[in-house]
Design a protein around this ligand. Structure first.
Ligand SMILES: [Zn+2]
Ligand SMILES: [Zn+2]
Length: 344
């Protein structure tokens, strides 16, 4: 089968023929890949920034945002059967450790990340575990929703953590109207009564945010903190969700939070250098968020099926992988890029 393989860190991956995966464990599932999304994580894996953390064996098939159709299942698999459309949670987890038992499998002690620790979905077939699969409702096409497995999941996980803080009359600021921020915005609008302010440098992206229903938009730059205060009677936002993918204006990001408010950071663009005294005196909560649970992914797929989450995806065949990676690296990919090894 065809697969996008990384042989050496710092070199571009190449499309080549590899043997098809086979079932060896009772909970193994082979998925025919209908959509494999790309994001900055893939660029970091190519550059070797994840290698030091996880030390995968190269060559490695990339692809951590996957959806498709079940082709074959192991002897113990009962939750899916051949032909089912599924989205694949990027983590495989054990189900037995303390975090897994507590329903927090995102922190499984034996978790492995698809397309980083083992072969991913930029290939015609993906070998994964039945525990990682969420069934898709029939109307959802795998290529349309594949990117929910990473960007979308992180954004939903962050919004869900903020929801108890967002009652009627509160204000949430979304920093960054890129891929993460757009899903975060739509989750907030679907699930919370808060007024939502979106802050971004790009007028185009602010226009997209307004089109998705943002209550207010603010052009990032000088005056952004005052603009948020003006929208909140001078107090600042109850919650700031930092989805920004580029560094800059870190002090402003915290300054938008009201006293005893919360700052959730999920975009990896910022370098955090916050005077402790400011955090102490204002009793601000600073919370990091990464990837959501299997339940979070099931929730998110339901929101997509209800048309509450819309993604602008551009699809490409596997042969175009070099072009998509180049567009992503050079900032030319404005929407979500998804490879379609098996078109739906
Ligand atoms: Zn990703
Ligand atoms: Zn576990």
């Amino acid at each position: 089968m065809k697969a996008v393989r990384l042989h050496h860190y710092g070199e571009q991956p190449r499309l080549e023929d590899v043997p098809e995966p086979s079932i060896s464990q009772p909970l193994d599932v082979i998925v025919e890949v209908g959509g494999a999304g790309l994001c900055e994580t893939d660029l970091q894996v190519i550059q070797g920034q994840w290698g030091a953390r996880t030390d995968p064996v190269l060559p490695l098939t990339l692809g951590h945002e996957n959806a498709g159709w079940v082709r074959e299942v192991g002897t113990a698999v009962e939750n899916v059967q051949a032909g089912d459309p599924v989205i694949v949670h990027p983590l495989t987890t054990c189900g037995f450790c303390r975090p897994c038992r507590a329903g927090d499998e995102a922190h499984c002690e034996r978790a492995a990340f698809t397309g980083v620790d083992f072969d991913g979905g930029m290939a015609e077939l993906l070998l994964t575990s039945a525990r990682s699969l969420v069934k898709l409702r029939p109307l959802l096409q795998p290529a349309e929703v594949a990117t929910l497995a990473d960007d979308g999941l992180a954004a939903y996980h962050t919004v869900r953590a903020a929801l108890p803080l967002l009652y009627p009359g509160t204000c949430a600021v979304v920093l960054g109207a890129g891929r993460l921020g757009r899903v975060g915005l739509q989750c907030l609008l679907a699930l919370s009564p808060a007024e939502v302010v979106v802050v971004d440098l790009s007028d185009r992206d602010l226009g997209v945010a307004a089109g998705l229903g943002a209550h207010h938009t603010v052009r990032a730059g000088r005056g952004q903190v005052q603009a948020v205060r003006d929208l909140t009677s001078g107090a600042g936002a109850d919650v700031v969700l930092d989805f920004a993918e580029r560094p800059g204006a870190e002090a402003d990001r915290i300054a938008m939070v009201r006293r005893a408010g919360s700052y959730f950071v999920v975009g990896s663009g910022a370098n955090m250098d916050i005077p402790a005294v400011d955090v102490i005196a204002s009793e601000i909560n600073v919370v990091g968020k990464f990837s959501g649970s299997h339940g979070d992914l099931a929730d998110l797929v339901t929101l997509a099926a209800q048309h509450q989450i819309k993604l602008e995806t551009s699809t490409y065949d596997l042969d175009s992988v070099a072009e998509v990676i180049s567009d992503l690296a050079n900032g030319r990919l404005r929407s979500w890029g998804v490879l379609t090894p098996t078109p739906g």
